[in-house]
Design a protein. Structure first.
Lengths: 208, 208
């Protein structure tokens, strides 16, 4: 690394709270973690739609999509996975700072990076959703055909096969997509958000 | 880099255009490029305030601030500067996709990375603002004390001193902050945005 320049923090006239006020919402981050095929993207998509229909301003950060842009320089080694999740966490924090609700869907297999993501947000504004489907089920679904290829040795460092997944110790929510339908999970997540006052289930919002 | 997994692009129920519609704006990226001390952050800040007062939803991405988060692993070598700007470009594109207006303030010394940033946006949605102050003036201002340290050899790879700045060939706007005040530059930028229909100078927006 080069000699460090002194980097000065810049403050701005419009604050995070000004932006949130103009958007008429108090932003937060929903972080979906779990194995490939567990249903993270499916749930992020459905919750984002539900929020949008309630006229909340939200944005989905999807691990696969980020790997085609911001994270395209990263592979799947442990170090690269850590960096992948670090960047996702930093971008989720920027999205939150912008005033939008961020929905991050990424495997995020290690507890350390998930805790880092949480540490960037104010208390209570980070909701970890453990999308918990058994490996056998994810492998059976294999909607991207990746498990088959990992088992065949065509893909290395695949989470659940030859790269570890550390189960979250204290997630805000656990969604067992083996037992609940996507719609049921979405209902449960929305109920949690209302219960915690992160979302106001106010039908008048939809009228504006 | 590890063996590449097949990364599948995920599509979502709520589109970029849905988000923009809910925000009642058509987003774009304002990209401020120029030497350290030229006034990029000052102008981004003032334009963001003006947009906010008109009830537009915007977010400033500042190079210095990103270097304390997303880009904290990067130094100031040519390769690191390129990566710094690449990430800024990718995040500006995400912010635009989220429906927000992005104001990116970063030196972005090389034409290639600025063109890359432009290439991520639809035609007409990328506005390059060359904040053009003479090196002597920037050095005289030296508001962060960095030029003095660069001249003293305490900082290496400093743009304008021992690292190059490629002047933009065809920027949408050139702001000479040596001749115009920050308020005059802000007026000129807002006039351009109205002229190009990127912003509607409609007083009724402020009433909602």
């Amino acid at each position: 690394m080069a000699v460090q320049h002194d980097v000065v923090w810049q403050n701005f006239a419009v604050t995070s709270s000004d932006r949130a006020k103009l958007l008429r919402q108090a932003p937060f981050v929903l972080w979906f973690t779990g194995l490939s095929g567990a249903g993270k993207t499916t749930l992020a998509n459905l919750v984002a739609k539900r929020l949008h229909d309630l006229r909340y301003h939200a944005y989905v950060l999807d691990g696969d999509n980020l790997r085609q842009g911001l994270n395209r320089d990263l592979g799947f080694t442990v170090a690269d996975r850590q960096e992948n999740v670090r960047r996702m966490a930093e971008v989720a924090s920027l999205i939150h700072d912008s005033g939008l609700i961020a929905l991050a869907a990424c495997i995020s297999p290690f507890a350390t990076e998930r805790e880092f993501a949480r540490s960037l947000l104010p208390p209570g504004r980070f909701v970890e959703v453990f999308v918990d489907a058994p490996l056998e089920l994810c492998e059976q679904r294999d909607n991207k055909g990746l498990y088959r290829r990992a088992r065949a040795g065509e893909i290395a460092d695949f989470t659940g096969i030859d790269s570890p997944f550390e189960r979250p110790a204290n997630p805000e929510l656990v969604m067992d997509t083996g037992r609940l339908t996507p719609a049921e999970c979405t209902d449960a997540i929305m109920e949690y958000l209302v219960e915690k006052d992160l979302v106001v289930a106010d039908w008048t919002r939809t009228r504006q």
